[in-house]
Write a protein that binds this ligand. Sequence first.
Ligand code: APR
Length: 264
Amino acid sequence: MIKEVAEKIREKGKVVAFTGAGISQASGIPPFRGEKGLWENYSPALYASLPGIISLYLLRPHSLSKFFLEILNTIGEAKPNPAHEVLSRWEKKGLLKGIITQNIDNLHRLAGNKNIAELHGNIYYLRCPACHRKIKISEDTLQEIKELLEKGGRRELARIYSLLTPLCKCGRKQRLWVVFFGESLPQEEWDKAVKMLEEAETVLFLGTSGTVEPARSLPFTVRKEGALWIEINPTPTYFSSLVDYYLKGKVEEILPEIDRCLKK
Ligand code: APR
């Protein structure tokens, strides 16, 4: 089946990857759902929504700090894995046109991909809600944030808030570029993703459960006539019965196998 899929990809070309937490599993970042998922230990209604975060800031600042520190440390230690590396090589050789990701972990950028629509943001960036300018958080600021989170009180969290909300050139306050539950997705990233899908001949669904709207509906709203859909995931998902090929397994193993077949 892998050989056949590789042949189809060769025929069709113009690949766009739609990625989720599963592609970062082999890099040591846990998924959100399922066994050992982040949401097993932390309620997303509290830890991933602005009203929840404000309640935690007021009532349980140490729990909130522990959560953010865990995320920053886990993502900070992660390196791109063989699946990220294949996507980077494919972009360099012109086979991959872009990546639409729900991940905030920066690993596609670290792997070297350039054309990425980050639907849920990127934890290392601030974004201006008015003019959409993005700036990378400096290493010094990141270090200071980690030290403040280790102390974990309300005063420290208030200092972190001020570090993450500098004035933008346009006069509005920037904020951490992470889309929390209940918030709209960044329009410019959505538009970039739509453009990729309008041109895609092949769409790869890699390591996403397809449970979160509006991201999961995006590929259906913009499906190019005749585009080939392929999914790689060890567990069947919302997409599995809708794709042309469902490859059951780990993306960090199957994608390099496809890559090897393409080289032959
Ligand atoms: N290779 C491929 N897929 C894998 C692997 C792997 N090695 N390991 C796990 N998976 C799959 C799981 O089977 C599951 O379908 O990755 C998927 C991860 O699903 P979720 O944890 O729901 O992550 P995701 O789909 O990215 O979540 C979407 O939900 O909580 C929000 O904002 C958060 O961006 C996130 C969004």
